[in-house]
Design a binder for this molecule. Structure first.
Ligand SMILES: Cc1cc2nc3c(=O)[nH]c(=O)nc-3n(C[C@H](O)[C@H](O)[C@H](O)COP(=O)(O)O)c2cc1C
Length: 214
């Protein structure tokens, strides 16, 4: 199977199952309005949070909009009605679940001020972090969500809150110390066009993997 192959048989061997999920995962931007079973949603979120985090800080949090009323409030906040008609992904707005993947950077400062981490001096401020691990960790949890969605036959799409973060925090009572790293739409997928960026194809393995043996 080449890099751009999306579909494969669903095998039994766990590593092959994971490989199949990774190959099948893609962003879906068209959804049925059918609600996601609350227990399934709970299970998926509970597993997704089991992502690695620097110092096991676990400062990634999910704010889950799971009713038509709550998701409508998201779109009302981020996509004003005058821009809505021209929005390319009308079916994305039908997604029954929107997960705001949030992180609390100050959680990392607190964790890295603890005795076992204090010598790193990372607790002093966010500017002391050459790689701000809160974004990294939120991304890992978001990827878990995307993979779990694929495993359960759900569609998912990750997108950014762009310039609407402050308004979203206000409208959904998210504390000022939280940042919204991304939004993940979840639901049962309907056929859709792929995003334009997909036409770029995958870079080849030899382009992105460099072995150094000595
Ligand atoms: C951090 C991040 C931000 C993204 N933002 C958007 C977005 O705002 N809108 C969108 O339609 N897709 C968004 N995507 C999806 C990418 O365009 C998509 O992952 C890429 O084209 C590869 O397609 P695939 O995930 O379907 O394989 C985003 C993906 C990531 C990882």
């Amino acid at each position: 199977m080449d890099d751009n192959t999306r579909h494969g048989d669903q095998p039994d061997d766990p590593s092959a199952v994971l490989a199949s999920i990774l190959r099948r995962r893609r962003m879906h931007r068209n959804f049925e309005t059918t609600a996601v079973d609350p227990q399934l949603l709970d299970d998926v979120l509970d597993l997704a949070r089991r992502a690695p985090s620097a110092g096991h800080t676990q400062a990634t949090e999910f704010v889950v909009l799971r009713t038509p009323e709550a998701t409508a409030r998201y779109w009302d906040t981020t996509l004003p009605s005058q821009r809505r008609e021209g929005f390319r992904w009308q079916g994305l707005m039908r997604a029954p679940v929107l997960v705001l993947v949030c992180t609390r950077p100050s959680g990392y400062l607190e964790r890295y001020s603890e005795p076992d981490k204090a010598k790193t001096e990372r607790g002093a401020g966010t500017s002391n972090w050459p790689v701000p691990y809160w974004w990294f960790d939120a991304g890992a949890a978001a990827e878990n969500l995307l993979l779990l969605a694929t495993a359960h036959g759900l569609g998912a799409c990750l997108f950014g809150p762009f310039d609407h973060e402050d308004k979203l925090r206000e409208n959904f009572s998210i504390n000022a110390d939280r940042r919204i790293a991304a939004v993940v739409a979840l639901g049962y997928p309907l056929p859709d066009e792929e995003g334009r960026s997909v036409t770029r194809g995958w870079r080849s393995a030899t382009d992105v993997i460099r072995y150094i043996d000595r």
